[in-house]
Design a protein around this ligand. Structure first.
Ligand code: FAD
Ligand code: NAD
Length: 465
């Protein structure tokens, strides 16, 4: 048995853990990171990156299929188009492999020691890891739990065989002819849309009255319209009940109380993710929880001295960039810097077609918090660049305090708007006012001009509408 003693031990090399370890290494802390699987976590291996690769491939394929119809407005005609899904998946795996190597190299450059294996707590300062070369005990002054999350499994629809999680969906080399998706949230709609573009017949079963229930109706409507165009059947207010005896159909109770049988080749269950807090001794530590998540304060400290937690294991929003920001902050705190969580906004993007971005408060949220607000909304149908890209659907919306014009929130829906999220987050982080957005020259012709115009609209003098 080998023993390592270190200043900082990070458990889990997802976006939270690996960023924390890199920053700690840069700051000269003697740091060890333990990872049971491949570096990069859910995001890099089976989440953000592979899903965006598949979405992009489906988008390209879908565009060429549209060109076969002879109805392409730009006059492009394609005679035939095919996709080799096994090759698409191999391409995706290649990207993931390059990034795995990149994360390992960055950790090494920061002089972080990487231990491969599953960490299990002996006590709050000691873990043991079963590695390929035997048992490794690690004692640390400070421990960061960054063990992430895993898909929620429904009791009536256990994973296995034709019932799959997003992880399996992102590695399918045969296209399902009929795909039923249970859960019309982020993953269900991102992947459901991609499979529809690839050629699957997709049905989405969502328990709430609207898909993407966390967003307001104005933002979701263009996505619903596009799902309709793609032939995706959406059942809202519907309950998934049980599998048929043959395991190839799902009994569903629809909003009007009717029973339906949905036949499928694959059933993708995407009803949320839960924190990974079992199987590694975390459950035996005396850590306070908020629901199933580890409770942390504004410095990501848990209820046990010397133990921090970051990322998905600490709850919503379960987003990679939140995990990374927490990881960077914790490394600096452990190194003695004065830091606390003071972010004004965590932008969220849904990579549907069209994409949705939100940062800060929506109009309803701002009103609920007691603000008198002004709202400016500018449609892409009045934006030249959007017209040239056949993407006139959607808008940018700015929400500001009526008294000071301080920007409280920004939202958008439209093709490719994800790249505007940087503008949104920066504006909120810097405490921008409507005049700052309106007075910033936005290059022409770009879709970002809609941000400037939305602010001008809120001020009462939009120029292009
Ligand atoms: P994780 O990435 O889950 O990493 C935790 C790591 O800890 C894992 O590598 C795991 O193997 C390791 N681990 C766990 N227990 C142990 C142990 N006992 N010992 C050793 N190692 C252990 N977020 C976005 O912001 N944008 C997106 O576009 C996006 N798309 C997504 C698409 C899908 C299909 C999914 C599933 C998720 C997506 N997410 C996205 C969410 C994002 O992946 C997570 O928010 C992010 O990965 C959380 O990072 P983390 O470091 O907290 O945990
Ligand atoms: P989600 O919370 O986004 O969506 C789950 C959906 O399933 C909800 O709409 C919910 O109402 C529905 N649902 C729950 N139980 C149901 C049932 N029994 N029958 C039918 N519908 C049911 O969860 P997800 O899509 O699994 O994603 C998990 C997390 O991963 C997200 O919360 C997000 O934080 C992260 N993620 C982010 C991105 C991104 O940033 N682009 C992409 C994918 C995932």
């Amino acid at each position: 048995m080998k023993e390592i003693v270190c200043k900082l031990l990070v458990i889990g090399a997802g976006p939270g853990g690996y960023v924390c370890a890199i920053r700690a290494g840069q700051l000269g802390l003697d740091t060890v990171i333990v990872e049971a699987d491949r570096p990069g976590g859910t995001c890099l291996n089976v989440g953000c990156i592979p899903s965006k690769a598949l979405i992009h491939a489906a988008e390209e394929f879908g565009a060429t299929k549209q060109m076969m119809t002879g109805k392409n407005a730009m006059g492009i005609r394609v005679e035939a188009t095919t996709i080799d899904l096994a090759r698409t998946i191999a391409w995706k795996d290649g990207i993931v492999g390059r990034l795995n190597g990149g994360v390992s190299a960055l950790l090494q450059k920061a002089r972080v020691k990487i231990v491969h294996g599953r960490a299990s707590f002996r006590d709050g300062k000691t873990v043991e890891v079963e590695t390929e070369v035997g048992l490794q005990v690690i004692r640390a002054e400070t421990v960061v739990i960054a063990t992430g999350s895993e898909p929620v499994e429904l009791a009536a629809l256990p994973f296995g065989g034709r019932v799959i999680s997003s992880t399996v969906a992102l590695s399918l080399t045969d296209l399902p002819k009929k795909l039923v998706v249970v859960g019309g949230g982020y993953i269900g709609l991102e992947l459901g849309t991609a499979f529809a573009k690839l050629g699957s017949e997709v049905t989405v079963v969502e328990a709430m009255q609207q898909v993407l229930p966390q967003y307001d109706g104005d933002l979701v409507r263009p996505v619903q319209r596009r799902l309709g165009e793609l032939g995706v059947r959406v059942l809202t207010g519907a309950k998934a009940k049980a599998l048929s005896d043959s395991g190839d159909a799902l009994a569903v109770e629809t909003a009007d109380g009717q029973q339906q049988q949905l036949a499928f080749d694959r059933l993708l269950v995407t009803v949320g993710r839960r924190p990974r807090t079992t199987g590694s001794g975390i459950e035996d530590l005396d850590l306070d929880r908020t629901g199933p998540y580890l409770r942390v304060d504004d410095r990501c400290r848990t209820s046990m001295r010397g133990i921090y937690a970051i990322g998905d294991v600490t709850g919503e929003p379960m987003l990679a960039h939140r995990a990374m920001a927490q990881g960077e902050m914790v490394a600096e705190i452990v190194a003695g810097k004065k830091r606390a969580w003071d972010k004004r906004a965590i932008p969220a993007i849904c990579f549907t077609d069209p994409e949705i971005i939100t940062a800060g408060l929506s109009p309803d949220e701002a009103r609920a918090q007691g603000y008198a607000i002004r709202v400016g909304q500018f449609p892409f149908s009045a934006n030249g660049r959007a017209m040239t890209m056949l993407s006139e659907e959607g808008f940018v919306r700015v929400v500001a305090r009526a008294d000071t014009n301080l920007v409280l929130g920004m939202q958008a829906v439209g093709v490719g708007v994800s790249e505007l999220s940087a503008d949104f987050a920066l504006a909120l982080e810097m405490g921008a006012r409507l005049e700052d957005l309106a007075g910033t020259i936005h290059a022409h012709p770009t879709r970002s001009e809609a941000v400037q115009e939305a602010a001008l609209k809120a001020l009462g003098h939009a120029l292009h509408i």
